[in-house]
Design a protein around this ligand. Structure first.
Ligand code: HEM
Length: 353
């Protein structure tokens, strides 16, 4: 029986995804210890099925509307600085110098924390509990020190806003502020950085579409959503059966783990015509930001930071395009995405001009 842990799958899972969709739509992966679902319709149905519990930390208000204006301003500023810093180089790796930094550094800037914290936050995103919603244990210590300082000497940024906030006349408790700020800093793990790397790779691979997006920035949301469909950064979303559940004629016992293969669902030809093709117009004009991809999950645990991730990516792309009019691959370079649970190219060698 095929397994996600078979050799080579981490580099190129698409042949296996096809085999699964065509011949084994629900199959037990003994090596992984999970049931695999690979067809778009089945994955979507499982994600919204209340009998299958999610493993996430629960939605956090940290990811809701309050944060959006502050994060947008911080992401614009941070992306501008990062892009200007590399614009004059002959050749540059956009992962090491840009996409791996932007989400963490933008969150640090939005909270009003010092720039030096960005390196630590980036490292915690890389090594901390896997997304979704995870927070690195050392984050609490860092935030508590900043909170104590802000309570004594209010400053600018979201952390001061949270420290000053009153609910029914009461200040928010330290652990509430830590929870909110912590989710913003590391709740996405590396997902946002990986998604940004794949987004840049897809556009650089399609220079004509990149030119269109450069000329018409209103096409960016569709281009971003299409990249998430084709190359989701978290291609496997796990669920656990809360009760015995019958799927496609097979009964799974309580506790069975179901791996919803979002990466396979996004390439299902029964849902998406010519699914391997990257096409920024795929969703059509009706709702360019929603080509029905499942990269943020679905149902009750739908990623609460989907809009924040989109705005960070948009600010990042705009800053790069503004600073680098001739942005293109370095001669001979081809991106090589890898990773099973967290997937993205780890190197993006470009010529900025
Ligand atoms: C492009 C970037 C991102 C992608 C593709 C992504 C994807 C996902 C997915 C697939 C889930 C699980 C949904 C489910 O179980 O149905 C999730 C949950 C979650 N994500 Fe994200 N995410 C991203 C960025 C972020 C960021 C930046 C944050 C924090 C600021 C974040 C915070 C969370 C939280 C807290 C949950 C748990 C929700 C719950 O359990 O109800 N995500 N995300």
């Amino acid at each position: 029986m095929p397994s996600l842990l078979d050799p080579g799958v981490e580099r190129d899972p698409y042949p296996l995804y096809r085999t699964l969709r065509e011949g084994f739509p629900l199959v037990r992966d003994e090596l992984l210890g999970a049931w695999l679902l690979s067809r778009y319709a089945d994955v979507r149905a499982a994600l919204v099925d209340a009998r299958l519990g999610a493993s996430g930390a629960g939605p956090s208000p940290a990811c809701q509307g309050l944060l959006e204006p502050a994060l947008r301003a911080a992401a614009e500023r941070t992306a501008f600085v990062l892009a200007r810093r590399i614009a004059g180089r002959r050749e540059v790796d956009l992962v090491a110098e840009f996409s791996a930094w932007l989400p963490a550094a933008a969150a640090v800037a939005a909270l009003g924390l010092p720039w030096e914290d960005a390196a630590r936050v980036r490292e915690w995103c890389r090594t901390g509990p896997a997304h979704p919603g995870g927070r690195h244990p050392e984050l609490g210590g860092l935030l508590r020190r900043h909170i104590a300082r802000r309570r004594a000497h209010p400053g600018t940024g979201l952390l001061s806003v949270l420290c000053d906030a009153r609910v029914d006349g009461q200040a928010l408790r330290d652990d509430t502020v830590t929870g909110l700020a912590g989710t913003l800093l590391t709740g996405g793990g590396e997902a946002a950085a990986h998604a940004l790397a794949s987004f840049l790779a897809n556009l650089l691979d399609h220079p004509a579409q990149l030119d269109l997006v450069r000329a018409r920035p209103e096409l960016i949301p569709g281009a971003w959503a299409e990249s998430l469909r084709r190359d989701p950064p978290a291609p496997v979303v796990l669920r656990r059966a809360l009760v015995p559940i019958s799927l496609g004629g097979t009964t799974l016992p309580t506790g069975a783990v179901v791996a919803c293969l979002v990466g396979s669902a996004g390439r299902d030809p029964f849902r998406f015509a010519d699914p391997d093709r990257y096409d920024i117009f795929r969703a059509g004009p009706a709702d360019p930001a929603d080509p029905a991809h499942l990269a943020f999950g679905a149902g009750q645990s739908f990623c609460p930071a989907a809009a924040l991730a989109a705005l960070t990516a948009e600010c990042g792309l705009r800053a790069l395009l503004a600073a680098m009019p001739g942005l293109r691959w370095a001669p001979g370079f081809r991106p090589a995405p890898r990773g099973l649970m967290a997937r993205a190219p780890r190197l993006l060698l470009v010529r900025p001009s």
